[in-house]
Design a binder for this molecule. Sequence first.
Ligand code: GUN
Length: 295
Amino acid sequence: MALDNLIDGRAIAEQIHGETAQRVAALKARGIQPGLMFVRVGEDPASKVYVGMKEKTSARLGIHSQTTVLPETTTENELLALIEQLNADNNVHGILVQAPLPKHISETKIYSTVLPQKDVDGFHPVNVGKLMLGDTSGFLPCTPAGVHELLIRSNVSISGAEVVILGRGNIVGKPMAAILIQKHKNANATVTVCHSQSRHIAEHCRRADIIVAALGSAEFVKADMVKPGAVVMDVGVNRIADPTAKSGSRLVGDVDFANVQPIAGKITPNPGGVGPMTIALLMQNTVRAAELATK
Ligand code: GUN
């Protein structure tokens, strides 16, 4: 049976790109081109792919972007000096330092050094604090903001919904919870955050109207953990061995998609669900940074 319960992240991301491209055109008419600088340290293969995709999308939307690649041996001070230089450059509206960073560099220190008004990742403590306070003048982290936007644009009712978030990381789980508990018409959810020390995770999940899986464990969410009709958002990207694949491995999400899709009300495919939204929200944040810097 063909199921029509997919949340098409690619199509919704394209809608947002269309809106962003119009804002880029309006800036161009004023002689301004949004500028987004990427910094990548070391040769993490996934980071290379992610930054490459972000560069391509920037170019497509008319956002100027440039990537600085630094060696794995870069010191924290060298990276801080580069960020200070980008902070001082008026043509740079957004700065994105791709995580993970080498172990000898403190991510907290790096993300605290990017100017909050150029922090299109939403990782600076000022932006994290604004999110907690419900102050919408800051930047939201792109992945949880993308999941939120997917829910809204798929007409999922969030107010009063039981939401279970799997994972408490700073990039997805924690900000996702903060976004969904806001006193706001598209939020107002009852949020439970489960993590590695949680008990009865399956029971929590079975109560959920909406599950956001962001724990980084391949196909963790099984069909018997999902209430029929629940909305399932899969943030995970996990590489697993697959002898039948040409490369010997393949990417899967945090949801056992084949078995969960038949009972879910709506579900994100993976790939093609949350991933494209992360980039769409990054582009949106960058254009907003450029608008705010030049108004
Ligand atoms: N690594 C994984 N996700 C992200 C992200 O959203 N931003 C950055 N800078 N690095 C990441």
